[in-house]
Design a protein around this ligand. Structure first.
Ligand SMILES: NC(=O)C1=CN([C@@H]2O[C@H](COP(=O)(O)OP(=O)(O)OC[C@H]3O[C@@H](n4cnc5c(N)ncnc54)[C@H](OP(=O)(O)O)[C@@H]3O)[C@@H](O)[C@H]2O)C=CC1
Ligand SMILES: CC(=O)C(=O)O
Ligand SMILES: [Mg+2]
Length: 764
């Protein structure tokens, strides 16, 4: 692996893949399988009914099975990334990876299939026979020229979209990037001189698409390992010959002299700095070989500071990688039951991506990249994969193009409504975590680990540091260094340790706390004792004094005790009592539940403040907040006690300038079911199912989140503490070191969120 800003070892990559359940994929039932009746319906005899329906009307398979949302990622492993032909089995990690990216970015269910043959005809037959199972086929990492033959044959034989992603996905993203790079450098497609290195699947498809979009045939010089393709050259098959153009150049180096654009779809290191030096002013250099590019951005920029440089990797600016395309393109195609993915759909996708990059970057994307200038320009010509707008924009463009060109079997009547359903597909849990981790890498923070002598805390601190998420500051005694060494750290002294027995900061910590409590009956000696003996007190004082950006604790004592100690030193935010959010998911739905941690029975003001802060948290992670105040009563039915505070919270929010939806009181069944709201409570102001459930008290909030986990749901996060004036996170005592890393990352990110929170101005 080349040097970049994301570092991991081979062991870490292997551990990631082998940890827990090996691999990256599992299958989860979407229907209950609990009772005899469930089994009778799901399997024999109930299953016979949909069988007969589908036999009579094959289109029913889309209604009665998973087919319509299921894409197979199929490879024979003959061109795995830029690693070459390593065989079907070795391609499985990449194919599993694509399958999970389908799910992560566009909620497309996907399964990898590795077909063990290099015989194109056998491969075609194997895939063709699988057609009934899937809504689409994503061919992957199949080398040219077989990939062209295979894709063409399968398109002719199958009535579902067949899409070789290395060809068309790459071409779409490349075209989008090129549109914007040309725009920024004042070029037009009809004038640019392009050199393409590589004459395989990706290179040929990219070339064909940019030609279809206006680059003249003779302006593109394509090179393979032997150099430029020109008429009469030996070693060209029909696919290469189609792109042979008259040229004097006999090497890549010669071809690049004066070229405007370089498209690298070949292999690592194929381009040297002196080659790009000879390119035209403001050259456009897309070095897209994976995992390592033809030339690294630092080398390219050193040789040509005026260049716009892109790679296929996520750890440099301008990631031109098909991950930006395939999930969203298939989403749009599946949703209209497209029979195929045609040129118009590809071009629409490319334009939608190019246009999106020119729009203002949303807060959560900016946060994911350190809050720094993600503004359209040479280092941002294409949206980042974490951009939550992609799921709305690209599928709509693709679906519309499919309808326009007559390949949509199920046209969408209401595009605005469709757009709303798209956003709801994004799983907030993964958004929260991926955004937070990206943000931490881009903007590393100093995080105080208050329990720096505990083994799992030390493991977390090591992972935090090595992951590049920030600097752990360990609060503990001298033997912390020995413990770090025992855990395999080569240079324990590179870790910062704050010892409350001998740190020169102790005096200031005592002054700080004493000043706060001296008029509340506290003696200085008592404060000294607390600072010396209690790590939460000392760590919180360090945080308050700016020795760290955030703090994490919680593994050695109950949540409430840790919180009490922290609150003794750190103030609450001026507009809220602290509260906890759990992010829970079950059956593909994710909701945030609050307050799961602090106040047993909030007042109306506290409920309103919880709703406002939870809404801002949801926005921060890319979700449009819809808050429901939950009760056993729905709008007064049945009548009961303890609902006045909830009603008053709604009334209070009505008097404030809020910018999110809220409603209540209502039962969770109503809150989570928008059809029910519309049918029985048409006056409800929620425009969709609630995604933030403000519970009627700590008990119900805490019990619900635990119950969801106990019943097989997933508690991805929680309690996430909000409402403190400084970022403190208190882990559950059962937290693993991975949980602690996540919380530390979130705590660090919380530092920026607290500083920027717009609702700090609006007091509830
Ligand atoms: N960023 C992205 O989204 C994507 C990037 N890629 C990358 O593109 C590359 C090619 O993939 P793909 O098209 O699927 O593979 P193919 O096997 O179909 O094609 C590989 C092509 O690269 C050429 N090549 C290899 N080494 C060199 C070199 N040193 N100089 C010139 N040409 C060379 C081969 O030349 P010859 O014909 O002479 O053998 C061949 O034409 C890979 O690195 C892959 O990771 C692919 C898809 C998406
Ligand atoms: C990104 C991709 O598909 C490849 O490198 O093959
Ligand atoms: Mg690929």
């Amino acid at each position: 692996m080349s040097e970049s800003n994301v570092k991991f070892t081979r062991d870490e990559a292997l551990d990631f893949h082998s940890r827990g359940r090996p691999g990256k994929i599992e299958i989860i039932a979407s229907k209950p399988m609990a009772t005899q009746r469930d089994l009778s319906l799901a399997y024999s005899p109930g299953v016979a009914v949909p069988v007969e329906e589908i036999a009579a009307n094959p289109a029913k398979a889309y209604e009665l099975t998973a087919k319509g949302n299921l894409v197979a990622v199929i490879s024979n492993g003959t061109a795995i990334l830029g690693l070459g032909n390593l065989g079907a089995l070795a391609s499985k990690p990449v194919m599993e990876g694509k399958a999970v990216l389908f799910k992560r970015f566009a909620d497309v269910d996907s399964i990898d299939l590795e077909v063990d043959t290099t015989d194109a005809q056998r491969f075609i037959e194997a895939v063709e026979l699988l057609g009934p199972s899937f809504g689409g086929i994503n061919l992957e990492d199949i080398a040219a020229p077989d990939c062209f033959i295979i894709e063409q044959a399968l398109k002719e034989r199958m009535n579902i979209p067949v899409f070789h992603d290395d060809q068309h996905g790459t071409a779409i993203i490349t075209a989008a990037g090129m549109i914007n790079a040309c725009f920024l450098t004042g070029r037009e497609f009809k004038d640019v001189k392009v050199v393409v290195n590589g004459a395989g699947a990706a290179a040929i498809a990219c070339t064909e698409l940019i030609k279809a979009m206006g680059v003249p045939h003779n302006n593109v010089v394509m090179c393979d390992r032997k150099g430029p393709l020109y008429p009469g050259r030996d070693g060209m098959d029909q696919f290469k010959s189609a792109h042979a153009v008259p040229t004097e150049a006999r090497s890549l180096k010669e071809a690049l002299v004066g070229a405007d654009v370089f498209l690298g779809l070949s292999a690592a290191g194929a381009v040297t700095p002196d080659m790009v030096e000879a390119m035209a002013p403001q050259p456009i250099i897309f070095a897209m070989a994976n995992p390592d590019p033809e030339i690294t951005p630092p080398d390219a920029k050193k040789a040509r500071p005026d260049a716009i440089v892109a790679t296929g990797r996520s750890d440099y600016p301008n990631q031109v990688n098909n991950v930006l395309g395939f999930p969203f393109i298939f989403r749009g195609a599946l949703d209209v039951h497209a029979t195929g993915i045609n040129e118009e759909m590809k071009i629409a996708a490319a334009h939608s991506l190019a246009d999106l990059a020119r729009e203002a970057v949303p807060e959560e994307v900016a946060a994911a990249y350190g809050g720094v200038s993600h503004r359209f320009g040479p280092d941002y010509i294409i949206p980042a994969p974490f951009d939550p707008r992609l799921i709305e924009v690209v599928p709509c463009a693709v679906a519309e193009a499919a309808m326009r060109t007559g390949v949509a079997q199920k046209p969408i009547a209401d595009m605005a409504a469709y757009r709303l359903t798209l956003r709801a597909r994004l799983n907030p849990t993964s958004s929260i975590l991926s955004l937070a981790f990206e943000a931490a890498r881009a903007n590393p923070k100093r995080v105080l680990f208050a329990e720096g002598e505990e083994e799992n805390v030390l493991r977390a601190a090591i992972a935090f540091k090595e992951g590049g998420y920030g600097t752990p500051v360990l609060v503990g005694r001298e033997d912390v260094y020995d413990k770090l060494a025992e855990l395999g750290v080569d240079d324990p002294k590179s870790y910062e340790v704050l010892n409350s027995r001998n740190s020169p900061l102790v005096g200031r910590a005592v002054d700080y706390i004493y000043a706060k409590h001296q008029r509340h009956g506290m003696l200085r000696r008592a404060v000294e004792r607390m600072v010396n003996q209690d790590r939460n007190t000392f760590a919180a004082a360090m945080l308050a004094m700016g020795e760290g950006d955030a703090m994490i604790t919680g593994t050695t004592r109950p949540f409430s005790e840790s919180l009490r100690q922290v609150r003794w030193v750190i103030d609450e935010d001026d507009c809220a009592t602290p509260f906890g959010i759990h992010v829970v998911s079950a059956r593909g739905r994710t909701v945030m539940i609050a307050d799961t941690a602090v106040t047993e029975r909030p007042t109306a003001e506290q409920y309103a403040a919880i709703a406002m802060r939870a809404a801002s948290f949801a926005r921060r992670v890319g979700q449009e907040p819809r808050v429901a105040f939950i009760s056993y009563t729905t709008f007064g039915n049945p009548p009961g006690r303890h609902i006045d505070e909830l009603r008053d919270a709604v009334k209070l929010l009505d008097t404030l300038q809020t910018d999110f939806e809220y409603e209540g009181e209502m039962g969770p069944d109503v809150a989570l079911n928008h059809e029910m709201q519309a049918k029985y409570y048409p006056f409800s102001r929620l425009t969709g199912p609630a995604n933030i459930l403000v519970m009627p008290g700590l008990q119900s909030a805490n019990i619900s989140s635990k119950l969801i986990r106990a019943l097989g749901g997933d508690v991805a996060l929680g309690p996430y503490l909000m409402g403190m004036s400084l970022p403190v996170q208190i882990a559950p005592m059962t937290a693993s070191s991975s949980d602690l890393v996540t919380l530390a990352v979130l705590a660090g990110g919380g530092a920026d969120a607290i500083r920027q929170a717009p609702e700090r101005q609006k007091k509830a």
